[in-house]
Design a protein around this ligand. Structure first.
Ligand SMILES: NC(=O)c1ccc[n+]([C@@H]2O[C@H](COP(=O)([O-])OP(=O)(O)OC[C@H]3O[C@@H](n4cnc5c(N)ncnc54)[C@H](O)[C@@H]3O)[C@@H](O)[C@H]2O)c1
Length: 256
């Protein structure tokens, strides 16, 4: 398939959507495939990965589902091995998996803190560590880690903000270490996009989120996914260690 990612092999973690509608991982998997990549759609819930793969195949793209828990090192090694076995190598790792915690500092339990750190931060370390040998073998590649504007603004979501800020620190460190191998590592910090992850916030909050930005329009998973396409592609060959904020200008506002 021709496209900006033609000939590349990609892994997207959290490639399913937790509900009806379009999550960031699902949209990114679909755009990667549309741009010519072969995509291993990894999800804890196999049916969710199947759904994304079905959508890709319907359009004539190439994708395979893979069930894995990316908080576990053996699962991360297995997903990389599967991409290499199936398609002969790996070029792109898109670390999308993340869960939200909306608890404040005083409300957050130690268990919740540990869970969020494992899913939102440790998963990126394990998946990236597992992918490095395959990326090196290929002579380089791209790793993208999904952070959040919650890491950049004073949100009352302690564990989530800390984990997402950790993602940026991880990206900075990994980019410095892996640059000499031709591996670029970047983060995307989405703003308040409307995805199944936040569907439970309801219509009133949806409207408030939309109006909170200078652009005043609602962000979708496609907005995040297009950023991922750019960072994954050779167009970004000279870009590493960066945080691409996709937020309709939320982080530049002084108003609340
Ligand atoms: N929606 C927003 O406003 C917003 C804003 C900023 C950042 N984000 C980030 O976007 C990412 C998620 O986006 P999404 O829309 O795809 O979410 P989603 O919840 O719709 O999909 C995530 C998928 O990840 C899977 N998953 C969860 N834990 C897993 C694990 N341990 N191993 C493998 N798969 C696992 C789930 O089964 C689910 O299908 C997260 O990193 C989130 O923090 C979202």
């Amino acid at each position: 398939m021709p496209g900006r990612l033609a000939g590349k092999v990609a892994i997207v973690t959290g490639a399913g959507s937790r509900g009806p509608g379009l999550g960031n991982g699902k949209a990114t998997s679909i755009l990667f495939a549309r741009e010519g990549a072969r995509v291993l759609c990894v999800d804890l819930v196999r049916e969710r990965a199947d759904e994304t793969v079905g959508a890709i195949r319907e359009e004539g793209g190439e994708a395979e589902p893979f069930a894995a828990d990316v908080t576990r090192a053996p699962d991360c090694r297995a997903m990389v091995a599967e991409a290499v076995r199936r398609w002969g190598g790996l070029d792109i790792l898109h670390n999308n998996v993340g869960i939200e915690s909306r608890k404040s500092l005083v409300e957050t339990s130690e268990e919740e803190w540990d869970r969020v750190m494992a899913v939102d931060l440790k998963s990126m370390f394990l998946a990236t560590q597992s992918a490095v040998p395959a990326l090196v073998e290929r002579g380089g590649g791209a790793v993208i880690c999904v952070s959040s504007v919650a890491a950049l603004r004073a949100h009352g979501r302690t564990a989530y903000a800390a984990a997402k800020a950790g993602v940026i620190g991880f990206v900075t460190s990994a980019a410095g270490q892996l640059g000499p191998n031709g591996i670029r590592v970047n983060a995307i910090a989405p703003g308040m996009v409307w995805t199944p992850m936040v569907e439970d916030l309801g219509p009133e909050m949806r409207e408030r989120r939309r109006r909170a930005t200078p652009l005043g329009t609602e962000g979708t998973a496609w907005d995040v996914a297009w950023g991922a396409v750019y960072l994954a592609s050779d167009e970004a060959r000279w870009v590493t260690g960066q945080v691409l904020v996709i937020d309709a200008g939320l982080t530049i506002t002084t108003e609340r």
